[in-house]
Design a protein around this ligand. Sequence first.
Ligand code: F0G
Length: 435
Amino acid sequence: MPARLRCIAESCGAQFAIEEVLYNCPKCGGLIEAAYDAPTQSAAELKKIFRQRRMSNAPVDQSGVWRYRELFPFLDDLSSVVTLREGNTPLLDAPLAASYAGLDRLVFKHQGYNPTGSFKDNGMTCGVAQARRLKMKRVACVSTGNTSASMAAYAAAGGLEPLIFLPHGNISFGKLSQAIEYGARTLQVGANFDEILALVRVLAERLGIYLLNSMNPFRIEGQKSIVIEMMDQRDWHAPDWIVLPGGNLGNTSAFGKALRELHAYGFLDKMPRIGVIQAEGSAPFYEFSQRRGLGDFVPVKKPETLATAIRIGDPVSWPKAWREVTASNGVVEQVTEQEIADAKAQIGRCGIGCEPASAATLAGLRKLTAGGTVSRDADVVAVLTGHVLKDTDYIYRYHTGKLETPAGVPIRSTHGNQPVVVPNDPDRIAALLAE
Ligand code: F0G
């Protein structure tokens, strides 16, 4: 059977043509995913092909997403693909962060090394390829910042018109700057992410604009490559845990789908467990997991966190994400603003650095090892989702003792590193450095 779209609701499972523009099932309202038959080549053959492509100079082979295209075969041909050489992000050993987390060893997969500085590029290259295949002219998204930066870049590179909606005053200047530099029409709305998403869905339908938020199933297909590449880099040895921050929960959905498919196709010896970390003021998925998925999913009406990337109270993809947490015997944890800030500074001290939302992973791991959920000798990969320069204001405030929670409570500068103003005088500077 050719590639198709499918409703994820078990009671429905309706299927649709891959060229249909669908974000929810027209029959039951459930979320939509891409579905395929198993690849015709064996896992061993594909592993070899993926390796050989690293020697190739063809743009699609150099892409750390399209290199793995047999595992998301939704296009008939690659003519609509726009690549900025996304993916290809490193696995970095971080001994200092490991000891902070109470682990013997910790490896970060740093998605901040992407062309626009976040993991969104892995998904956006696929979303934009589908938009171009469908002959769309305009693409839109609401964003806490990174999706908009990524969509703007890929749309610009692919000759599409990007239209961006942002929660006014609640995204970092770095991300906003990227979107405007890449030429996106940028609308700042006085509402939060969840409210604007509802607005954008109405507008997209009315104006025939293609939506590139993460309920777009092709974004999820692209983000699967984060896990696929991680496994390739580990010679297909699965870790015990993969830990990531959770906001709208698209990435959790993508990771779980990738793991299930890789396992079913015979690429992996075992299923890693997924650990999702949320910020305390924006943690509806954590609350839901505490109730073991019983009862209704209760959105947080006024989500708050300085990790603005994950300031989301009503995550669209929660049903997909819950399926993946359950399937992987995973866990959901929440962390405070102070814990995120301190963990972030530790990641900085490793010479690695990341944006605030990404640091929730290390803060969460520290809690999970302390509570005995993750054992000291576990094999753990934590995914850093965004680049350290995405939110420089936060960094400066933390290190100079000026960071406050959204409620105005001061955050301790536990690992602060204040810049010092000195006179233009070698003797006094030498004296200072001798202290
Ligand atoms: N980390 C960063 C840096 C993000 O930008 C996001 C999401 C997440 C984690 C959470 O990922 O939504 O898949 O659970 N940012 C979105 C945006 C919402 O608009 O850029 P998720």
